[in-house]
Design a protein around this ligand. Structure first.
Ligand SMILES: C[S@@+](CC[C@H](N)C(=O)[O-])C[C@H]1O[C@@H](n2cnc3c(N)ncnc32)[C@H](O)[C@@H]1O
Length: 199
């Protein structure tokens, strides 16, 4: 089963499963946006659009996802007055020019894609120098044993999300990025708020 197929099946239940748990985490992450007036902001893997009600107006947002069934729900979340376009696409091969966005918001996508280092490298490519990448996701600490999370990851990764991604491994191969913020967000630090700057 591909991720697109499983997220097509998950789409009708996604908000019910994820909204309540994730709402405070996503609000806290998006507070880091600050003044967005005139900015161009990309959300790869936007899903059903649970971030959309919390996005400040004033920016031009592009939401992208691999799964049309998720995007269909996201479309219904866009309020009047929010400048947002949605399209299908792959976070590991973004259909955008280099240095196109002021900010890339990666909520619950880096641990989902099969090659998270590629997805982070793509975000780094499309963000402008001086721009930011905001991440909310679950990551193992570099030396964490977490045998159960590592053991179930191959199966979970095919269905919905990997559980063995170590952020520091992704980040270490991208010297153009600086770590600006890295704090526990929930579930004993498994979920983290991360902010990266592109030099
Ligand atoms: C866990 S959901 C997160 C959705 C949303 N960002 C949120 O915070 O609720 C993961 C999303 O990533 C999408 N996805 C999976 N693989 C992808 C890929 N290679 N490129 C873009 N989106 C992908 C899925 O369709 C799904 O909508």
């Amino acid at each position: 089963m591909t991720l697109r197929t499983s997220y097509t099946l998950i789409a009708p239940f996604y908000d019910l499963l994820i909204r309540r748990f994730s709402q405070k985490l996503r609000i806290n992450s998006l507070q880091r946006l600050g003044d967005v007036n005139g900015l161009s902001i990309l959300l790869p893997g936007i899903g059903t659009g649970l971030d959309i009600p919390h996005l400040p107006a004033g920016a031009h947002y592009t939401g992208m996802d691999l799964t049309p069934a998720m995007l269909k729900r996201a479309q219904l979340q866009i309020p009047e007055g929010l400048n947002m376009a949605l399209q299908t696409g792959d976070a590991m091969a973004l259909p955008f020019e280099n240095n196109q966005f002021d900010c890339v918001i990666m909520h619950l996508i880096l641990a989902v894609v099969p090659e998270p280092q590629k997805a982070l490298a793509e975000a780094a490519r499309v963000v402008k120098p001086g721009g930011r990448i905001l991440i909310l996701d679950k990551f193992l600490k570099p030396n964490e044993t977490a045998w159960l999370k590592r053991a179930i990851s191959p199966i979970m990764g095919r269905i919905a999300t990997r559980t063995d991604v170590v952020f520091e491994k992704l980040f270490s191969s991208l010297p153009e990025l600086t770590l600006n913020y890295n704090e526990a967000a929930g579930l004993g630090g498994w979920f983290r708020h991360i902010e990266l700057n592109k030099d």
